[in-house]
Design a protein around this ligand. Structure first.
Ligand SMILES: [Zn+2]
Ligand SMILES: [Zn+2]
Length: 154
């Protein structure tokens, strides 16, 4: 097979790997055929297939990385299902991970007052009305989309 799909590894969740894939994507795209487009708010995705090996690729718009398109391999999925929920984009997973680590690195002092979340019996943390767990959940917005290997969330 003369396609180059197998030459590309999954994008790693670091800035360097994502920036490299942004650069590679222009030539990679030439051999792919477009299947579907998704536009909703800030979620911009395109679905492509390699005409030779059938590998699906999603192209997503990376607002966090200079507002650029880039491609990554995704598992087989019907275009209709993909349109209902595209795959999550690795750059957003990366940003989520950075935010999560930043929040986890802070120290949270419990205070003498319960968490405001219904049914939660943990103490609220200092300066907040929520316990650590619920505070973190309120600060982190999980990226939208289907999670797929090798990625995971949480
Ligand atoms: Zn291919
Ligand atoms: Zn709580």
């Amino acid at each position: 097979m003369s396609c180059e799909c197998g030459k590309y590894e999954a994008v790693r969740l670091d800035r360097k790997s994502i920036l490299r894939r942004i650069r590679e994507s222009k030539s990679l795209k030439k051999k792919l055929e477009g299947l579907a487009e998704y536009r909703e708010g800030y979620q911009w995705h395109n679905l492509y297939r390699c005409a030779e090996c059938g590998q699906l690729w999603q192209e997503s718009y990376a607002w966090n990385f200079g507002a650029k398109w880039y491609l990554f391999q995704v598992p087989p999925l019907d275009a209709g299902e993909w349109l209902a929920e595209p795959y999550v984009q690795p750059d957003e997973l990366m940003m989520y991970g950075v935010a999560y680590e930043g929040l986890m690195a802070q120290s949270y002092e419990a205070r003498d007052c319960p968490c405001r979340e219904e049914g939660c019996e943990n103490p609220a943390i200092r300066f907040h009305i929520l316990c650590k767990e619920h505070y973190l959940a309120s600060q982190l917005k999980l990226p939208r989309g289907r999670v797929f290997p090798p990625y995971s969330v949480g």
